[in-house]
Design a protein. Structure first.
Length: 405
């Protein structure tokens, strides 16, 4: 364990603590990570971070939407501050470098987020809102000219690098920043941190929830880009880790929204890029990876999925598991059983758990099994919410699939 402070002029930060990973070849017995995503400032308090700061984790994986590009009102939206508490400079959508820098300053003024950063080291990757909602490569949400959008993307990427715990290899070059990277925790775990925004093909059928078809199923479509895809699969071939963990952004397992065919799927998730997902899973099988775990954010709910070799055949081999963490605050208070809960559970038999409250997940990796704890708070629009473990599951080494703990 290490303790540190920062000094800038006469300003001295609070004391933080961090830790380093074991040596690459160390036969480490255990690791616990906190998994977080989606913290929209104006939709609620970051109470889950207060609890995470007090939780016993070795590191925190942030899977995207650290901030949102949208305007924040003078009352802080759902936080309902006295009028004028939030300066008027935040009353428009982020576009410029100054806009993005100021928005990080607002978010990092939150005491619960500060507490979590001071308590634990963070490993971060972005999703869309650090730049703009649902952008795809150089394609903006509103189909702005690519040359204009890339100027905005350059500003967003620069501010992200300045405000996140990233190293010099991640220094952006204009609108490009190589964020995907590989980290190790001894021989216990290999983390292949993905970027599914910067290199993806544009969403099929205009985005949203649509019935799959020739456009979305085109084999040329990619969520990761060819270079990152090869990097991931090559890394699995060389992996000596017991657990191969993929922190990334959007839902990996298939997710139907109807129990009757044809069902719609999300064109923004891996369902909108099924050939890309098939290549990844084929690469995992070819490499001999046996204990695969995908960690996901984005959707503001807790999910626990089994990753099937063939999602149309529930008797097919389970290749791994996916733990999807809910949001810290995005979406407001949420509910334990959203309106589509029964439909989703019936339509997706590989979906083992679904909860729509805010919170975070913890994943503990061991030599025999991994345990996932889905933690929730009952509300975020006022402060002081207690923390509850809504459900816990395990998946065993050599026998993948989520089972109630």
């Amino acid at each position: 364990m290490y303790y540190y402070r920062f000094k800038a002029g006469t300003w001295i930060s609070r004391t933080g603590r961090t830790r380093t990973a074991p040596a690459p070849g160390a036969k480490t017995a255990a690791l616990t990570v906190g998994v977080v995503s989606c913290q929209r400032y104006d939709q609620g308090y970051f109470t889950a971070y207060k609890h995470l700061a007090e939780d016993d984790v070795d590191l925190v994986l942030h899977l995207g939407d650290y901030l949102y590009e949208y305007a924040v009102s003078g009352v802080g939206g759902a936080r309902a501050y006295p009028a004028g508490t939030v300066p008027a400079v935040y009353g428009h959508e982020m576009v410029t470098l100054d806009d993005y820098r100021l928005k990080y300053a607002l978010y990092k003024s939150d005491p619960d987020l500060l507490a979590a950063h001071a308590a634990h080291p963070f490993v971060v990757t972005w999703d869309d809102h650090e730049t703009e909602n649902n952008y795809a490569g150089a394609v903006s949400e509103n189909d702005d000219p690519a040359e204009e959008f890339l100027i905005r993307r350059a500003a967003a990427y620069r501010a992200y690098w300045e405000n996140q715990p990233l190293r010099r290899p991640q220094l952006p070059d204009g609108p490009d920043l190589r964020l995907y990277r590989r980290l190790h925790w001894g021989r216990l775990a290999q983390f292949d941190v993905l970027d599914t925004r910067q290199y993806r093909s544009d969403q099929a059928y205009g985005d949203g929830w649509k019935v799959p078809g020739p456009e979305s199923e085109d084999p040329a479509r990619t969520l990761t880009g060819d270079t990152q895809e090869r990097w991931l699969i090559d890394g699995w071939h060389r992996s000596r880790a017991l657990w191969n963990v993929v922190p990334q952004q959007v839902t990996f397992a298939r997710r139907h929204n109807s129990a009757t065919a044809p069902s719609q799927v999300s064109m923004d998730s891996w369902d909108g890029y099924p050939a890309s997902r098939e290549r990844i899973l084929a690469g995992a099988q070819a490499s001999g990876v046996e204990n695969l775990m995908v960690l996901t954010g984005d959707v503001h709910v807790h999910y626990g999925f089994d990753i099937k070799k063939d999602f149309d055949d529930q008797a097919s081999k389970t290749l791994g598991t996916e733990i999807v963490t809910s949001s810290i605050s995005s979406g407001g208070n949420g509910s334990a059983k959203p309106a589509n809960w029964a439909t989703f559970m019936a339509a997706n038999p590989h979906l083992r758990f679904y909860n729509g409250l805010r919170g975070y997940a913890t994943v503990s990796l061991g030599r025999d099994l991994a345990r996932a704890d889905f933690k929730t708070v009952p509300y975020v629009t006022t402060q002081g919410a207690p923390l509850t473990t809504a459900a816990s599951f395990v998946t065993e080494v050599g026998d993948q699939g989520l089972k109630p703990a």
